[in-house]
Design a protein around this ligand. Structure first.
Ligand SMILES: [Fe+2]
Ligand SMILES: [Fe+2]
Length: 271
């Protein structure tokens, strides 16, 4: 059995300090095997915001947690165009990424994080052909029974935005999904749209039972878009996945929704 805490869109600089403390307490209480942080650690990629994010992550590590971290579009400077184009992830790499891995493997799970944020657009993401080619390679050495996860900030599967329209946030997503199937990836974790969800195939891939898509809401930002702060606690055991959505209510994270899925020969089904 493995338990993964999936947190995202912390947005230090636009964060609620009380919620940050509540998140730390919740994660320490759960003691998951792995904490996945799927990007937007800062609000505007400022040095002090990265230092605050780094301090939060160090607090988790001090409590014995393993981390897998990828950046989001907010971790790239917005207004400093030279920095955005020439060294978009410089501050991220010197703080949050330093000494931390974007992949994880143990005897039961293997996880790969890919950087989908870049400096050429304000908000949307992309995966390059090289990154996409790395997906099957990254999982090639894993034993067949290994549960495989891919982590990006931008969703690979288009999700519905506030107006209900499908938002294709990631360039290269189609090719990446082909690679995901080839690599036998079971689960895709992402953030970015500040709305928690767990769906087989996602809204546009409803017939593709091979791919499970779990989105995390914003864990600590006050940019909540009408939803509470939240994170997901995933339990993976014997071909079953349980996704507990923990919402911040009255200053503490509590389970607001539980969804269970089973992984069979034909892919995922609700359990
Ligand atoms: Fe965000
Ligand atoms: Fe984002």
């Amino acid at each position: 059995m493995r338990r993964i805490a999936h947190i995202s869109d912390l947005h230090f600089g636009a964060h609620d300090p009380a919620i940050v403390a509540a998140l730390h307490a919740a994660l320490v209480g759960e003691a998951p095997d792995l904490v996945v942080v799927s990007g937007d650690l800062t609000q505007r990629a400022k040095s002090r915001q990265f230092r605050a994010a780094d301090a939060f992550l160090r607090g988790l590590e001090a409590a014995g947690m393993r981390l897998l971290v990828v950046p989001g579009n907010h971790d790239i400077p917005l207004y400093n165009v030279a920095r955005r184009l020439l060294a978009p992830l410089d501050r991220y790499c010197r703080t949050v990424a330093r000494g931390r891995s974007a992949c994880y493997a143990d005897g039961e799970i293997a996880a790969l994080g890919l950087v989908s944020a870049h400096g050429l657009t304000i908000k949307d993401g992309r995966l390059t052909r090289l990154q996409i080619a790395s997906i099957p390679r990254a999982f090639a050495a894993a034993a067949p029974e290994t549960f495989r996860l891919l982590v990006t900030h931008h969703p690979l599967v288009p999700l519905r935005d506030e107006s209900g329209a499908l938002d294709e946030a990631l360039r290269g997503a189609g090719r990446a999904l082909t690679a995901v199937r080839k690599a036998g990836v079971h689960l895709i974790l992402a953030g970015h749209n500040h709305a928690a969800s767990a769906e087989i195939g996602g809204p546009q891939l409803a017939t593709d039972a091979q791919v499970m898509v779990v989105q995390a809401g914003t864990a600590t930002s006050w940019r909540r878009r009408g939803t509470p702060n939240s994170f997901n606690l995933l339990t993976i055991e014997a071909g079953r996945l349980t996704v507990d959505q923990r919402d911040a209510i009255d200053g503490a994270f509590v389970t607001s929704r539980r969804r269970s899925f089973a992984l069979g020969r034909d892919g995922w089904s609700s359990a």
